[in-house]
Ligand binder design. Structure first.
Ligand SMILES: [Zn+2]
Ligand SMILES: [Zn+2]
Length: 346
């Protein structure tokens, strides 16, 4: 079969790879129907992660079960499934509760980030611990929507839920990329009066305005937010970028006693953190990786009913054979590419 293989910094190739095989009785083989490129895949593309090359990339994919191990009870051949981008051992109490990030056996893994677990930017994938890694795609949810349930919609929802938005609140979302847009859609579920969204890219600001946010260019956001809140700051801030500077801004934009919820990925071992500011404002600061499986019971029905339309982020559709070029263009943000959907059959 074909897959997008990581060959080191800036070098991704669509090439022939071995078909996946069932390695454990609790696993399943999934034929990929749709897969997406994520902002976190660009960390690999930039060579930021110290991993050996030679593995298939991708942690955002959905498909159809073609084979199950003897220990799989919840799925059978032919089922259309969403596969979580992140999995744990699947057997410990926390994994069974969907909190695979906090797996008690420390077996938390992300598909397609290292040779340990091949990813889904391919024609097929082996999914270990299938009963806990997957859920069925119900009627009313398209493959395109389902792909977003593997990672970025749950991430946006996690950020919004942990921001503790109350009806009537003023919210700031920093970042209007794919995750920031999911965070906006999810923040709206909690009934805030206003959501300001900060970014630097005009097309992204235009899109979030259409979706109901008040767009702010990053260069004007500080002043605009002071004015809009009478100098008090926002009740809650969701950070969806992950840079040192934007995390600092999140702390600045929050009011006294407010909440800052960071879902942007920042793995700095020594982030300069304004403790004095956080202390004097009595801020609540939250961050963490999304427990995808735990949030499916909330999110799958919201998508199925039409309350959430996460698929608006896809504005670039290409075949797997053009995947390497899609990475380059996504990285360079050519033509305003926001999110890439890959068709494994093309
Ligand atoms: Zn992702
Ligand atoms: Zn576990």
């Amino acid at each position: 079969m074909r897959g997008l293989v990581y060959h080191g910094k800036g070098d991704i190739r669509c090439e022939q790879v071995p078909d996946p095989t069932l390695e454990t009785a609790d696993g399943a083989i999934v034929r990929v129907v749709k897969t997406a490129i994520c902002g976190s895949d660009l960390h690999l593309y930039h060579g930021d992660l110290p991993v050996p090359s030679g593995f298939t990339m991708g942690h955002e994919f959905v498909g159809e079960v073609t084979e199950t191990g003897s220990g799989v009870s919840g799925f059978r051949t032919g089922d259309r499934v969403i596969v979580s981008g992140v999995i744990g051992c699947g057997a410990c109490a926390r994994c069974r509760a969907g909190q695979v990030i906090r797996c008690e056996r420390h077996e938390t893994r992300v598909f397609g980030m290292s040779p340990e677990l091949h990813g889904g930017q391919a024609e097929a994938v082996a999914v270990p611990g299938a009963d806990h890694a997957m859920t069925r795609i119900p009627d009313g949810v398209s493959d395109e929507q389902a792909v977003l349930l593997t990672d970025i919609l749950p991430t946006g929802y996690y950020g919004a839920r942990r921001a503790e938005i109350e009806p009537g609140d003023t919210v700031v979302v920093i970042g209007a990329g794919p995750v920031g847009i999911q965070a906006l859609l999810c923040a709206q579920l909690f009934g805030p009066a206003r959501i300001f969204q900060v970014d630097r890219v005009p097309e992204r600001l235009a899109l979030v305005e259409k979706l109901g946010a008040i767009p702010l260019h990053a260069d004007q956001a500080d002043e605009a937010l002071v004015e809009a809140t009478d100098g008090q700051g926002a009740d809650t801030v969701i950070e969806a970028v992950g840079s040192d500077a934007t995390i600092h801004k999140a702390l600045v934009y929050a009011r006294s006693g407010g909440t800052v919820s960071v879902v942007g990925v920042n793995t700095s071992p020594a982030l300069p953190f304004p403790m004095g500011l956080a202390l004097m404002k009595n801020l609540t600061f939250r961050t963490g990786l999304v427990p995808v499986q735990e949030l499916w019971p909330n999110l799958v029905p919201l998508v199925a009913s039409g309350r959430l339309t996460p698929e608006i982020v896809f504005n670039h559709h290409v075949g797997l054979s053009d995947g390497a070029e899609a990475y380059r263009r996504f990285n360079d943000r050519e033509d305003g590419i926001l999110k890439v959907l890959l068709d494994p059959l093309a």
